[in-house]
Design a protein around this ligand. Structure first.
Ligand code: ZN
Length: 466
């Protein structure tokens, strides 16, 4: 599910919940050509993970089922036939070839020429009796205009002369998307329709159907697109990540939802952090934007980091564990990881790379790394420090963070050394890196006695062989 669709679902959910309504899941699967394997499962998975729990739907039931359009197929034709009887729709017997030639010669985009709109009754009956193939079309008014209110865009007026006699029932007896939608929305008591503004121009057609049946129209809420940048929409086709991609990239569902809520909606102040319950509370249709909003991954990353910092250490580790495992650090002390990684994790996938040196370090690092201005170290000094401190570390009775800390601090004090001067060579030898999560003490504790000492000896050998 791409981010645009997720946001539409979120706004639908918030419109419903902010007004004490129900969020209803209906699967629209009548367009067999557009059917994608696994798409329905993906919808269930995404809604659940995003916390958009539906009150009615195919899996949870409800009073207005079935909730899968292909299970409702028998319901549509009688409604279309009712409109034919009332003179608001008609049978069209035009052949595919005739319609195609209309299309081919249609330089003004006027579409179907209403050839069958006024066929004599006897002719219609004769053709039906002969078993001729037909579609049912809606009779659009030929004059005047149709006006409707959109909750975001305000009053929209369309000249009726621009509206085509749209097909309601196709030659195979199945409804068109637009027709099935109106029948379903009415029979399922839908009060608010939230959808992309690409549907804005077809809304008058929907409304004319409601009027033809004498039904109450729903409230329309059309949303501007989610943009990648000023020129193009966010799209999976262009490789922009969908919800599950973002989860796989190490984003928290709560952070994604919080950020996506703000792409096209404003609470009316500069507040940025909302739980789902707070969104339900704060959401209002008036806050929806009329202009397209840009999905800014840098901003999402920032927000995700904020969410990660708010996790308890236990929750943090639960999320981080797969990435620690993947880096080969699954056996190391998790509480140390929580302490050193949580403040700096922006997305969980970063962890694998950050801790990789703990599982396997690059031992071909340059001895230049031992030179550090701030710690006042150079390779020669580091060689002497390591040569002196390694035997004492080997003699430590206990290899814990506390024991390592107490020993190293005392050692520096006793030898009149700055802590930094002692810790620099120890950390470089154990990591081969100048920038690491955690310092020498945490790294030594994570590595354990044997591996830490092996690395320290390797560092000393390297310095001895300069
Ligand atoms: Zn026709």
């Amino acid at each position: 599910m791409h981010v645009g669709n997720l946001r539409t679902a979120l706004y639908e959910y918030l419109v419903a919940k902010s007004q004490g309504g129900k969020f209803i899941l209906r699967i629209e699967d009548t367009d067999q050509e557009r059917k994608v394997d696994g798409a329905v499962d993906l919808i269930y998975r995404t809604l659940e993970r995003a916390g958009l729990l539906h009150d009615e739907g195919p899996d949870v039931g409800g009073d207005f089922g079935p909730y899968v359009q292909s299970e409702r197929l028998g319901m549509y034709l009688p409604y279309a036939e009712q409109l034919v009887k009332e003179g608001k729709a008609y049978y069209c017997f035009c052949s595919k070839e005739r319609l195609q030639s209309l299309k081919d010669n249609d330089e003004f985009g006027t579409g179907y020429d209403r050839h069958c709109r006024d066929l004599p009754k006897e002719e219609v009956e004769r053709l039906l009796a002969s078993g001729a193939e037909y579609v049912i079309r809606q009779k659009m008014p030929l004059e005047g205009s149709t006006t409707f209110e959109d909750a975001v865009f305000g009053t929209i007026t369309v000249e009726n002369s621009e509206l085509q006699d749209q097909i309601l029932i196709k030659a195979d007896g199945f409804p068109t998307y637009n027709f099935a939608n109106v029948i379903d929305d009415h029979t399922m008591n839908i009060t608010h329709v939230v959808r992309g503004c690409e549907y804005l121009s077809s809304t008058p057609k929907y409304n004319l159907l409601y009027e033809a049946f004498g039904w109450e129209k729903p409230v329309y809420i059309h949303l501007t697109p989610v943009m990648k940048d000023a020129t193009r929409k966010l799209s999976k086709r262009h490789g922009d990540p969908g919800f599950e991609d973002l989860i796989a990239q190490g984003y928290l569902a709560e952070a994604i939802i919080n950020y996506v809520a703000l792409v096209g909606w404003s609470p009316g102040n500069d507040r940025e952090f909302f739980t789902m319950d707070e969104l339900k509370e704060a959401f209002s249709i008036e806050g929806l934007s009329k202009s397209p909003a840009i999905f800014d991954e840098t901003k999402l990353r920032w927000m995700n980091a904020e969410y990660i910092r708010k996790l308890s250490p236990e929750e943090y580790i639960r999320h981080a564990e797969p990435y620690l495992e993947a880096a080969g650090c699954g056996h190391m002390d998790k509480s140390i990881f929580a302490r050193i990684l949580q403040p700096r994790t922006e997305v969980f996938t970063d962890i694998t790379e950050t801790v990789a040196f703990l599982a396997k370090m690059d031992e071909d690092y340059s001895v230049d790394l031992y030179t550090n201005k701030k710690s006042k170290t150079n390779p020669e000094l580091c060689r002497d420090i390591l040569a002196a401190v390694i035997p004492e570390l080997e003699a430590l009775p206990e290899w814990t963070e506390t024991a390592l800390h107490d020993f190293l601090m005392n050692y520096a004090a006793e030898h009149g050394m700055k802590n930094g001067t002692l810790l620099w060579p120890v950390r470089i030898a154990m990591s081969g890196k100048t920038v690491t999560p955690g310092g020498a003490i945490e790294i030594a504790a994570l590595l354990g006695r044997e591996e830490a000492l092996r690395r320290l000896h390797h560092g000393l050998d390297k310095l001895n062989n300069m």
